[in-house]
Ligand binder design. Structure first.
Ligand SMILES: [Zn+2]
Length: 295
């Protein structure tokens, strides 16, 4: 058995009830202070991303500080969705940018930079990370940079520079996700390369339920695009967010070239295998308090 059941889900729901996995832990670290010491050492371990994750091979921390999302689904300001020929990217402007803190972030605050997507030619291989041998239709990456640096550019090659939260999306038959439709509809307005459209500022509500789950996987890895710098604290939520096949298909219509002859068929980096001598840990982080939503 592994952790939270994935295959049994038919709709978006949180299954990380407090004791769902505690009886199966291979290693449980119960003292909060110890967890912080481990985190300090762990942050020096780096590998290339994406990787394959197995619940039973991860180290279990039961007393992580809650991971906190502040402002990610607030209304206000402007949001833009852009086709850069490689992916569709969401950015916020004219508002206070969302903040990520707590969890494995070692007391630092990380500022929202952008959210983008990965997909492929079919619904069974569009994610970058693989969880328990299972691939999903898409993977969304919410990219944040450490607030102690001036901006993303300054942070992107620092060992503690970036925190990326990854969400899996699973295409299902004809069940449209109404929260996700703000982006899956808008993507049809940016089919041409280097075009941009405005979207509703509260267009990230589709990640809200998942982001408030108490269990996630975290490891120290790299960007999955150039320059592949090993500067990322990855945070992955294992439960897929359900969307419709049509919602995923919209992303495949984006052009990758100005001549409009080519679409972005796949933008997934293959799984990277850490070498045997690489000291490397995946942490399954849980806490007994809820992740606090924005006040
Ligand atoms: Zn990405």
């Amino acid at each position: 058995m592994t952790g939270p059941s994935v295959s049994a889900l038919t709709k978006n729901e949180c299954v990380c009830e407090p004791d769902a996995t505690s009886s199966k832990l291979t290693e449980t670290i119960e003292i909060e202070e110890d967890a912080h010491i481990h985190v300090a050492e762990w942050r020096l371990q780096k590998v290339q991303s994406p990787i394959e994750l197995q619940h039973d091979e991860s180290i279990h921390h039961d007393h992580f500080e809650p991971l906190e999302f502040h402002g990610h689904w607030d209304v206000g300001g402007d949001a833009t969705f852009t086709n850069n020929g490689f992916t569709a990217t969401l950015r916020f402007k004219n508002r206070e940018l969302p903040i990520l803190k707590g969890g494995p972030l070692h007391g630092f605050e990380y500022v929202f930079e952008q959210l983008h997507f990965h997909w492929s030619e079919d619904d069974h291989s569009g994610c970058e990370h693989i969880f328990e041998g299972q691939a999903y239709s898409m993977e969304a990456h919410a990219v944040h940079y450490n607030k102690k640096y001036a901006d993303f550019q300054e942070a992107h090659d620092k060992h503690d520079g970036l925190a990326v939260v990854a969400f899996f999306l699973k295409a299902t038959d004809a069940i449209e996700n109404p929260c996700f439709s703000k982006l899956s509809t808008a993507v049809m307005d940016i089919v041409k390369i280097n075009t941009e459209t405005s979207v509703s500022s509260d267009c990230l509500t589709w990640i809200k339920e998942e982001a408030q789950c108490k269990g996630y996987y975290t490891y120290q890895g790299s960007l999955t695009t150039e320059p592949y710098t090993e500067s990322v604290t990855w945070i992955l939520y294992p439960q897929p967010i359900h969307v419709s096949r049509e919602q995923v298909a919209h992303f495949r219509s984006l052009h990758s070239t100005p001549c409009e002859q080519h679409n972005i068929k796949t933008n997934v980096r293959p799984i990277q295998k850490p070498t045997e001598d690489q000291k490397f840990n995946i942490i399954y982080a849980r806490n007994h308090r809820s992740s606090s939503p924005a006040p």
